[in-house]
Design a protein around this ligand. Sequence first.
Ligand code: ATP
Ligand code: MG
Length: 345
Amino acid sequence: MSLIPGLFSSDMAIDLGTANTLVYIRGKGIVLNEPSVVAYHNKDGKKQVLAVGEDAKLMLGRTPGSIEAIRPMRDGVIADFEAAEEMIKHFIRKVHKRTTFSKPKIIVCVPHGATPVEKRAIRNSVLQAGARRAGLLSEPIAAAIGAGMPITEPTGSMVVDIGGGTTEVAVLSLGDIVYARSVRVGGDRMDEAIIAYLRRHQNLLIGESTAERIKTSIGTARMPDDGRGAVMTIRGRDLLNGVPKETEISQAQVAEALAEPVQQICDAVMQALEATPPDLAADIVDRGVMLTGGGALLGDLDLSLREQTGLSISVANESLNCVALGTGKSLEYEKQLRHVIDYDS
Ligand SMILES: Nc1ncnc2c1ncn2[C@@H]1O[C@H](COP(=O)(O)OP(=O)(O)OP(=O)(O)O)[C@@H](O)[C@H]1O
Ligand SMILES: [Mg+2]
């Protein structure tokens, strides 16, 4: 413990994700990692926050009329400002021990494609939540730093961050972005694809949580070699007679369901390669491509990308934490990264 508490800054970094929000405190690392969900209780026409994060996620899809569970972030940006602000405030309060009188400086990462309006909304939410200063850092830069890539060197690095809402493909060199593109395809789209597949092929209606469980347990980007792969028992509602039903889904079926979002991710990588200046493209051939984000954990996605691009593909260690770790490190290396942290737009 510090003898002079005021000396220890509690500057923070926040990865405000579509699926998960992570908070990093300088000198401590990641101190919070919770789903980006807020649950409200509607009482006499007034909304009251009932739960945030983990507790609220359990309520998604299971709420009675008086309770509403909201995901404030959609497609990587704030879709519900009020809920986003509540969520940020709640998480900051949870980790910010008021041992100092100073308000923290907070760096938040934002998708590369975020508009000025979206950026202002995120900045204002953080300032409202009690930050002294709010800096914004582009998500692909954070992801690459978090994955340990040598982004400040004069060499091309390609990072593909596959989150819940978006996939961001970027080529970085000398500490900044040479090319970046954000496509609104990620884990959520994969879940939706599984729901649509089961509705169409098995007349079965399942919820988002079940779809996510199928994806994380047996999800795969490639047809299994034996044409069927592992099998999972699932429950949902039979659309023909309306009653609950138990059935099975095979890995081959999941691969078929996920073919379209997987192809969209591959296409985004191919487009990035085509748009990359030749010398940097040569570096990428040498060094390969780094995948980060939760979507990078989809079974055989790396293999599928390797087959389509011919490049070597790696999945970052702690891929779910890369963006938060990278944003956190930017607090420590602020001098070197001054040009990419935006404090006032
Ligand atoms: N093993 C897995 N296989 C496939 N998908 C996974 C796996 N583990 C987690 N995911 C998915 O990863 C997504 C969450 O990833 P991540 O936390 O990187 O997103 P996010 O940062 O919240 O979203 P975004 O960056 O788009 O705002 C979810 O859709 C989740 O279902
Ligand atoms: Mg993310």
